[in-house]
Design a protein around this ligand. Structure first.
Ligand code: 13P
Length: 252
């Protein structure tokens, strides 16, 4: 199955609007001759419309980092899927471990957010991952299976045709620790067969599964060489365009 490789940058809570536009513009310059992989950056919501405008007619796509599942209303401080879409985003990160850890995100809210995203025409990137403790207790698959099945249980095959899954072991995020090639290979293989069990072989074959957690220019090639790894979700190493391009062009 030919899955288009996908390299995404999650800028988390970094960069003012002006700084984000500067980095995005530089990244677009560096990507001007790019056909593969597909590239996306997720700036803060404040920077998103500015970055989307700066990236018009370039190969670099834009995503958001979070949304509220309601369409509108008295939800101070929140933004809806429709607003994000109108601001120029194509993708949306949902269920990032930092949101689960610090902002009370649950599988239930993840599921509602995916529904809202799909209704607004945003492509969801469902983020999942186990903590160090869960791994040590040998509960990795239990945790991941629950995150995937609870997050996706309401949806049918057709709705999930643009789904992207991102496996980000919590202990590897921002720590400099990358999961070993063997660990990543095992989990990604497991996730693909889980998708097959839950949905269909076709959906499992088509769905791109990204790895995230301390991805950098030095390790991206080995990670992308793993059979079931279709891309990377990059935090820290995506903040500088001249560094990020070395991850994007991992094959050169
Ligand atoms: P780092 O690449 O900084 O470890 O972050 C990974 C991540 O959380 C991307 O969503």
């Amino acid at each position: 199955m030919n899955r288009r490789p996908f390299i995404a940058g999650n800028w988390k809570m970094h960069k003012t609007g002006q700084q984000a536009v500067q980095t995005a513009t530089r990244l677009a310059e560096l990507c001007s001759d790019l056909t593969d992989p597909e590239v996306m950056i997720a700036p803060t919501s404040l920077s998103l419309p500015l970055v989307a405008k700066a990236l018009e007619n370039t190969p670099v796509k834009v995503g958001a980092q979070n949304l509220h599942f309601e369409k509108q209303g008295a939800f101070t401080g929140e933004i809806s899927a429709e607003m994000i879409k109108a601001a120029g985003a194509e993708y949306i990160l949902i269920g990032h471990s930092e949101r689960r850890q610090y902002f009370g995100e649950t599988d239930e809210s993840v599921c509602k957010k995916i529904k809202a995203a799909l209704e607004a025409g945003l492509k969801p990137v469902l983020c999942i991952g186990e903590t160090q403790e869960q791994r040590e207790e040998k509960n990795t698959y239990l945790v991941l299976d629950k995150q995937v099945s609870n997050g996706l249980k309401r949806f049918g095959l057709e709705e999930l045709s643009d789904l992207v899954l991102a496996y980000e072991p919590v202990w590897a995020i921002g720590t400099g620790l990358t999961a070993s090639i063997e660990q990543v290979a095992q989990v990604h293989k497991h996730l693909r067969s889980l998708l097959e069990d839950l949905f269909s072989k076709d959906l499992a074959d088509r769905t791109r599964i990204l790895y995230g957690g301390s991805v950098k220019p030095e390790n991206v090639k080995d990670l992308m060489g793993i059979e079931d790894v279709d891309g990377a979700l990059v935090g820290g190493a995506s903040l500088d365009a001249d560094n990020f391009i070395n991850i994007i062009k991992y094959n050169e």
